[in-house]
Design a protein around this ligand. Structure first.
Ligand code: G3I
Length: 364
């Protein structure tokens, strides 16, 4: 330890000793070798976990920022394209695909012995404008979607190990989303979605196929609808392997509700993917919010709780925990939420936050 680190360590220890229990200060952890606290985190998440640790990534950030790329390589062994493998990115016209970004991510993963989770083949929010404007009837619509799925899954056969075949079909409470082109075309949307799973399976029999949605463990009505769909798929031989809950939650998300819902979701017996994990801290949506040590502590404990809960799954149902992003610097919440947020495991300078240690502590 350098003298600087030693002094800092001594000062930190004094600070810690001076706090009463209920003001427990979470020590700022940092990368080993930095002038971080006295207990630098040395083990990475991917080293400790017995399942994949993933992150949503952007091609442009991998290309343009060395610190971003290094963080992805250091902490994760699975990547999800935040946008690059969606219809809106690939399906540029009725006669052409643009695979550039998707190929880049798949190539990056292969070069670095990482897995790719394909997100997402069919999502009402990612149909390209030209496709929606074409106003196909249900026969033509499904024929085109079948070709799309066959082409895309086929292109990455053996390279993309898993896919979100269908994303976000149900509204809050569990009713079918009615604002989608699919609902306007199909009397039985679930039947259409089941056929999409079959198209994906035919294109790559070895890929693991998921249904993905948000608030699954927190919204009992939505979870009931998902479980009914899963039961129907299983009864009809639709090849579904797993369900993802995105886990866009917060430090004040009710943990008992979360655990009850998680256990209920696990009762499907499918692979369970925590697919887009981020934990909001600015729960009051305040412009004057300060992400201090107490707030860091709350976030660390939430990540620990979620990781520990996931570890209670049978090993056969563990698939991956993926965070939706790499660093607080580029969280989707900044553009979507318009409030200061710090939801991820690495801060804007790519240092590990207490949340990283909390996640590690939750792992067995
Ligand atoms: O890259 C293009 C750029 O070339 C173009 O000029 C620009 C203007 O149209 O768009 C750029 O693409 C944007 C893309 O993010 C860039 O990464 C899209 O407009 C924008 O809509 C897209 O937003 C993504 C959003 O899904 C919609 O696909 C967010 O990054 C992504 O975080 C968000 O992720 C979703 C999950 O897929 C599903 N679960 C919820 C989650 C958060 O909304």
């Amino acid at each position: 330890m350098t003298s600087k680190q030693y002094i800092l360590g001594a000062l930190t220890a004094l600070l810690f000793a001076s706090c009463s229990d209920d003001e427990k200060v979470v020590l700022k952890y940092a990368d080993e070798g930095d002038t971080g606290g006295p207990n630098p985190i040395t083990q990475t998440l991917k080293e400790k976990a017995k399942f994949k640790i993933g992150a949503a990534v952007k091609m442009k950030d991998l290309q343009n920022e060395a610190n971003y790329k290094n963080a992805v390589l250091k902490h994760y062994n699975q990547i999800t394209g935040e946008f690059e493998m969606k219809m809106a990115s690939i399906w540029t016209s009725s006669t052409a695909y643009n695979y550039t970004a998707a190929d880049y991510l798949v190539g990056f993963a292969q070069d670095n012995k990482m897995e790719v989770h394909g997100h997402t083949l069919v999502w009402y929010d990612s149909f390209p404008e030209w496709f929606k404007k074409a106003q196909y009837d249900s026969i033509a619509f499904e024929a085109k979607v079948k070709i799309y799925i066959t082409d895309v899954v086929g292109r990455y056969k053996g390279k993309v190990k898993s896919w979100d075949v269908v994303n976000e079909v149900f509204a809050d409470g569990g009713a079918m989303r009615n604002e989608t082109v699919i609902n306007s075309l199909f009397k039985d949307p679930i039947g259409f979605y089941g056929r999409c799973f079959r198209y994906a399976k035919a294109a790559d029999p070895d890929a693991k196929l998921f249904y993905n949605d948000y608030s699954v463990v927190m919204d009992a009505g939505k979870r009931t609808s998902i479980k009914k769909m899963v039961a129907r798929f299983k009864a009809n031989g639709v090849p579904i392997d797993g369900v993802g809950d995105q886990f866009h939650y917060a430090t004040d998300t009710n943990r008992q509700t979360m655990k009850t819902g998680f256990t209920d979701l696990a009762s499907t017996g499918l692979l369970i993917h925590i697919s887009e994990l981020d934990i909001k801290v600015n729960t009051g949506k305040s412009d004057s919010y300060v992400f201090n040590d107490v707030e860091n502590q709350k976030q660390a404990e939430t990540y620990k709780y979620i990781a520990a809960m996931y570890e209670e799954l049978p090993q056969t149902q563990k698939f991956a925990i993926s965070t939706w992003g790499v660093t607080d610097k580029y969280t989707w919440l900044t553009s979507f939420w318009h409030f200061k947020e710090y939801p991820l495991l690495l801060d804007a300078d790519y240092n590990k936050k207490p949340a990283y240690q909390g996640f590690l502590d939750g792992l067995k």
